[in-house]
Write a protein that binds this ligand. Structure first.
Ligand code: 3H9
Length: 707
């Protein structure tokens, strides 16, 4: 037997332990090891029952995702698992699977091939394959409905969301929740069932329901997938695979599942989603801030500014139990901020996210204040005042005066220089950017901006804190707009140019929404408020190079008071419920302004809209990468996926460029350069990679960069 699987005996019960840290993935060697153990058990007359358990922090988190990239149509069939699962099911001695941590993907498929399952109360079970663009590929779509019923199986396989132990018990996925030591409980259970006939999951057809009910379940699942999982192939395939379980005998159903699994496995979507999975873990790895870097305790915090962002950030902190002071300059602003927080919490209670009691507890953790009196006690301050350098510097000067040494002073600025802000303090090593995205209590992204002097300890603390807050923290360098907004500028610039050149407003947004973006760029502007960018453009107008084309329609809309959703009109017009409709007045105005500017309009295809907007992102991303303001291309992808509504199944803009082919992207960018002038100068890195036939991913792996 391999080191990955161990066999022990306890008075007539065999204990098979999977030992493949960190998550006991079913890497090569694990299925073989279990199979060998079963062979030995079959020959040992002294053994009456079997317990299968995982060592370390979890049962089995699934197939080894790293192996998927190596699979070809020749070697991918069930990744060697299917025969093992039949062997477990056919074992003459009952197999009790003991679950702690997670039984995910192939891990749950392994578990439900056993005759019984016991779990600790904190365990979770799930088929998260769709999140990787896959479906269960080792019988999960066929066995799960036989245990949990068709509706629950469809829900789990199409959403990828896990069930708690309690839920799993209720649905028949597990048979008992064990209090106390799991192995002891599992062995006791095994003794209870030893010698009795053991049920084979694949023969348990009683929960498969009837044709009419199943047709309803399947059709409403398809409808929901089309709405909520727009553009994703795997959920649709998962539904079809469970449908096969309701219509075909087990073996035939497994064949259908295999075919659908392989279609998914070799799809571009799955490769992109697997890229996303590893990118989101890679992001935490910072070459000069290793895992063992000491961190500072964050037991209390303060937020300066109770506007939309400040209030949201205070909620984020309170949500994880960190008491937070919320400071404003006057009572009216403070009251307004608190009222918004109360409303947001009430909405969460109404939507069933948490209980009234929990909302009250969170609210109690937020202490409103008009002074800095209690600031000397806090471990972290996040400044979220109006976006203006003079004001930020004033606030930081004050924070420097009142806060204890060792407190982290963070700014939520979205564009301004962290170094300049830090220069107003006597402790730039403790100053950092924590750029939350709106709404702060919802969006997962947190750009962590490293200044020249920011200490490693402070970076490590903020990275750790981001995880605690349920955010994906991405370390970026200190350039204007950091990574996300610096790239968003050219992206939105192109959207506006396209409108000036003759593409309709709706056509621009529709093309990008069809590409998979959560929202089109013009509608996004309306949501964020067009006046925000307008003000920033005015503040930085001295930086604009003369002779470089600038979009002008949005500024004109702002001059007319059309700031977007908040004023009921922007690119679109909005009703009371903030539902957008096209506004012919804007079309008319655009035509007039464009004619006055001497721009001749033309027909523009959806493909050109997508290329112009996406490649503007990519070209700027390439500059950021080469200049070292992002550590790797995949970090940029993580930013776009979690903060800007980029579709996960395209893997983020840099990955998308890799999949299109850097040479092709470079040629198209060069074409835009010839047509549109200097703003489309290809990034030197894009040119180099195109010439060398390389990808952004290869650049990151080989050369890396220092943020
Ligand atoms: C599948 O099973 C298909 C089947 O139907 C069968 C087909 C035949 N493989 O997330 P963490 C690594 S598809 C390889 O930071 P946590 C991860 O990269 C699979 N590696 O920890 C990281 O490495 P590093 C279905 C894996 O405690 C380390 O483990 N299963 C795998 O926050 C720690 O991970 C899934 O989709 C894996 N399966 O969360 C489950 N899983 O330290 C995917 C993890 O080098 N996994 N790693 O960066 C998860 O959801 C979470 O990792 C889990 C732990 C909840 C388990």
């Amino acid at each position: 037997m391999t080191e990955l699987v161990q066999l022990a005996r306890d008075n007539g019960v065999a204990i098979i332990t999977i030992n493949n840290p960190p998550v006991n993935a079913l890497s090569p060697g694990v299925p073989g090891g279990i199979s060998e153990a079963l062979d030995q058990i079959a020959q040992d007359d002294g053994i009456k029952a079997v317990v299968l358990i995982g060592s370390g922090r979890t049962f089995v988190a699934g197939a080894d995702i790293k192996e998927f990239g190596k699979m070809t149509s020749g070697n991918a069939r069930g990744a060697g698992l299917l025969p093992l699962l039949l062997k477990i099911e056919d074992s003459g001695k009952p197999v009790v699977v003991a679950i702690h941590g997670t039984a995910f993907g192939g891990g749950l498929e392994l578990a439900i091939a056993g005759h019984y399952r016991v779990a600790v109360s904190t365990a979770q079970v799930g088929q998260p394959e769709v999140k990787l663009g896959l479906i269960p590929g080792a019988g999960g779509t066929q066995r799960l409905p036989r245990l949990a019923g068709v509706a629950k199986a469809v829900e789990m396989c199409m959403s990828g969301n896990p069930a708690t132990a309690e839920e799993a018990l209720r649905f028949g996925i597990i048979d008992r929740i064990v209090e106390g030591d799991l192995l002891t409980g599992a062995v006791a259970f095994a003794r209870e069932v030893a010698g009795k006939p053991a049920p084979k999951t694949r023969e348990r057809n009683e929960k498969l329901g009837n044709a009419a009910d199943n047709a309803m379940i399947i059709s409403s699942a398809r409808e929901a997938a089309a709405k909520k999982q727009r553009g994703l192939l795997a959920p649709v395939a998962a539904i079809s695979a469970v449908e096969a379980a309701t219509k075909l005998p087990f073996e035939e159903g497994c064949k259908t599942e295999q075919k659908l699994f392989l279609d998914c496995l070799f799809s571009e979507q799955s490769k992109s989603l697997i890229h996303v999975f590893f990118s989101e873990r890679e992001v935490a790895k910072i070459p000069d801030v290793p895992k063992d870097t000491p961190v500072l305790p964050i037991n209390s915090a303060a937020v300066v500014g109770a506007g939309t962002m400040g209030g949201g950030i205070a909620m984020v902190l309170a949500n994880v139990g960190i008491p937070v002071l919320l400071k404003e300059v006057d009572q009216t602003a403070l009251d307004r901020g608190l009222a918004t927080i109360r409303l947001n919490y009430a909405n969460s209670v109404r939507r069933g996210r948490f209980s009234q009691q929990s909302a009250e507890e969170r609210l109690k953790l937020i202490t409103p204040t008009l002074t800095y009196d209690d600031f000397p006690n806090v471990d972290l301050v996040i400044e979220a005042v109006f976006e203006g350098m003079a004001l930020k510097k004033e606030v930081f000067k004050e924070l420097d005066r009142v806060c204890k040494l060792g407190a982290i002073l963070a700014s939520n600025t979205s564009t301004l220089s962290i170094d300049e802000i830090a220069s107003s303090t006597s402790r730039p090593a403790f100053v950092i950017g924590t750029h939350f995205f709106s709404p702060a209590n919802v969006m997962r992204l947190l750009e962590i901006v490293r200044g020249q002097a920011t200490s490693r300890k402070v970076i490590a603390t903020c990275m750790q804190l981001s995880k605690k807050l349920g955010k994906v923290g991405v370390l970026v360098g200190n350039c204007r707009g950091f990574v996300g907004n610096r790239m968003f500028g050219p992206y939105r610039r192109e959207a506006q140019f396209l409108v000036e050149e003759g593409a309709g407003i709706v056509a621009v947004d529709q093309a990008l929404s069809d590409f998979g973006m959560a929202m089109g760029p013009l509608a996004t502007g309306d949501l964020a408020g067009l006046d925000v960018g307008w003000r920033i453009r005015k503040e930085y107008s001295y930086l604009q190079e003369p002779g470089i084309r600038q979009p002008f329609v949005e500024d004109r809309l702002c001059e007319l008071g059309r700031y977007g959703q908040k004023t009921g009109a922007g690119w679109y017009k909005y009703d009371e419920q903030r539902q957008a409709t096209a506004d012919p007045i804007v079309d008319e105005l655009v035509r007039k302004w464009v004619a006055e500017a001497g721009i001749v309009q033309r027909q523009i295809s959806a493909a050109e809209i997508v290329d112009r907007c996406l490649y503007a992102l990519v070209n700027e991303g390439a500059r950021i990468l080469e200049e070292g303001f992002a550590l790797r291309a995949s970090d940029i992808d993580v930013i776009y996926l979690n903060g800007y509504g980029s579709p996960t199944y395209r893997g983020g803009p840099m990955w998308y460029a890799d999949t299109v082919g850097i040479r092709k992207v470079y040629e198209r960018v060069s074409e835009f350069h010839r047509q549109q002038g200097e703003i489309w100068q290809p990034a030197p890195l894009l040119k180099r990679l195109a010439e060398e036939g390389k990808t952004f991913a290869e650049f990151s792996n080989e050369e890396g960069a220092a943020a």
